[in-house]
Design a protein around this ligand. Structure first.
Ligand code: THU
Length: 132
């Protein structure tokens, strides 16, 4: 397992791949799986703005497509000073696939903050009763 700083550095190196002509906010994510592989994600925007995909879900979907299943940590960075926290949609989808995920964020003081995803989405919607 790499250090939180190394995972953040990995994500930072991905920022130039962000496609953000509309918001100009570049976001990148590095998702580490149980085997130590790191899966990249960047935000990709569309002229039809609602079709935009966030960096976090991009990383998760790419990892799933590669056959990875067990995820440990997700580093998230942007090209702004204030740390980026995953949006509500990403919290939901990440939690469905990685309930014990630890988020790794770049604190404004230059440090590394590690935060359990679960704390950002208490009482999640995960299943429902099927008709009998
Ligand atoms: N964005 C992300 O990639 N991740 C987040 O957690 C929040 C928002 C992107 C989506 C869009 O391209 C831009 O940031 C502005 O919302």
């Amino acid at each position: 397992m790499s250090s939180g700083r190394a995972l953040l550095d990995h994500a930072t190196a991905l920022l130039p791949r962000s496609v953000a002509p509309h918001s100009s906010l570049r976001v990148a994510a590095a998702l580490e799986d149980e085997a130590g592989a790191v899966h990249p994600g960047v935000n990709v925007e569309s002229a039809s703005l609602g079709l935009t995909i966030c960096a976090e879900r991009n990383a998760l979907f790419g990892a799933l497509a590669r056959g990875a299943t067990r995820f440990v940590r997700l580093a998230i960075v942007s090209d702004r000073a204030r740390p980026i926290l995953p949006c509500g949609a990403c919290r939901q989808v990440l939690l469905e696939h990685a309930p014990d995920l630890i988020l790794v964020l770049a604190a404004p003081d230059g440090g590394v903050e590690e935060l359990p995803l679960r704390e950002l989405l208490p009482r999640p919607f995960l299943s429902w009763d099927k008709p009998s």
